[in-house]
Design a protein around this ligand. Structure first.
Ligand code: FES
Length: 115
């Protein structure tokens, strides 16, 4: 609840090196991740989530988890890692945590494709 009510890293990065965007076709929610990369690490990260409370909380905690991590570490974050960090989600909300993990991975892949 704290990450929903006080989301961290929300917004855009004007000087992002890569942007990853994913949507969940079943609910229509979308998460966009903005990545700033320095020396192969996540120097800064922001997100915009048009989605439910669980998706926003997942984006908030996931962006905190990958900050200052290597791109490999950031790309390997899973929805299970996010759910654990949030101390669980209701079973019907587990899929919401995938948006953040997949958007981070998409941003890393975009960065790699462009550099
Ligand atoms: Fe769509 Fe949660 S209901 S991400």
């Amino acid at each position: 609840m704290d990450h929903f009510q006080n989301p961290r890293n929300a917004g855009e990065l004007a000087d992002a090196d890569a942007v990853g965007s994913v949507g969940d076709p079943t609910c229509g929610d979308v998460t966009k991740v903005y990545l700033k990369v320095v020396d192969g690490k996540v120097a800064d990260i922001r997100y915009k989530t048009f989605g439910c409370a669980a998706a926003i909380a997942s984006s908030s905690i996931a962006t905190e988890m990958v900050k200052n991590k290597t791109l490999e570490e950031a790309a390997s974050i899973t929805s299970e890692d996010i759910v654990d960090a949030l101390h669980g989600l209701p079973p019907e909300k587990i899929h919401c945590s995938r948006l953040a993990a997949n958007a981070i991975r998409a941003a890393v892949e975009k960065y790699r494709a462009d550099s």
